[in-house]
Design a protein around this ligand. Structure first.
Ligand SMILES: [Zn+2]
Ligand SMILES: [Zn+2]
Length: 178
């Protein structure tokens, strides 16, 4: 039985992979990556965060500041409704555009599921509108951008480890349970 590399619980079915590591759930994967990212030196992490924040927007190539942008989606088909909180690393303008598009998408595609479509469509639209009205270009990288980049850096380290193991070099996979 495979064990989760974060909580050490048994993985009965599926689970999530990252490099050579396996996790029982999405939460454990996120927490595991965050724990692993603590090994990245602070000044190196700061540099990565600053580079992304001050760099050009990866979506529109426009000038930043670039930060973590959140929007909310929902669509339904008969008895099933799918809704999600989505994040992307982009500029404020791209973030606003995604929030507006997701609101319009929800308006057309959200309702058609009973009962969750009827419940979640207004919820997601209100969340987007709230974001549209309250989101501002940030004057420094947000904590959520930093934690998203930390996880990305950790995932990258794991991929490099997996790659190294595949070509026969000793893998430096430290256990990440504290
Ligand atoms: Zn777990
Ligand atoms: Zn942009």
């Amino acid at each position: 039985m495979a064990k989760c590399d974060y909580c050490r619980g048994s993985i009965w079915f599926g689970g999530e992979r990252e490099g050579n590591l396996r996790f029982c759930s999405r939460d454990c994967r996120q927490n595991g990556l965050l724990a692993l990212s603590a090994q990245v030196p602070e000044d190196q992490m700061r540099r990565i965060v600053d580079d992304v924040y001050r760099g050009e927007c990866p979506k529109c190539r426009g000038p930043g500041p670039v930060d973590l942008q959140t929007h909310y989606t929902v669509w339904s088909a008969l008895v099933m409704t799918s809704y999600a909180t989505r994040t992307q690393i982009a500029c404020h303008g791209c973030g606003q555009k995604s929030r507006a598009l997701s609101s319009v998408g929800a308006l057309f595609l959200g309702w058609w599921g009973i009962p969750w479509g009827l419940i979640m469509t207004p919820v997601q639209i209100i969340r987007n509108i709230h974001g549209l009205m309250s989101a501002k270009p940030t004057d420094r990288p947000s904590a959520s951008l930093e934690s998203a980049l930390r996880k990305a850096v950790a995932a990258d380290l794991l991929r490099q480890d997996a790659e190294a193991a595949r070509v026969g070099a000793p893998a430096g996979n430290a256990p990440i349970v504290s």
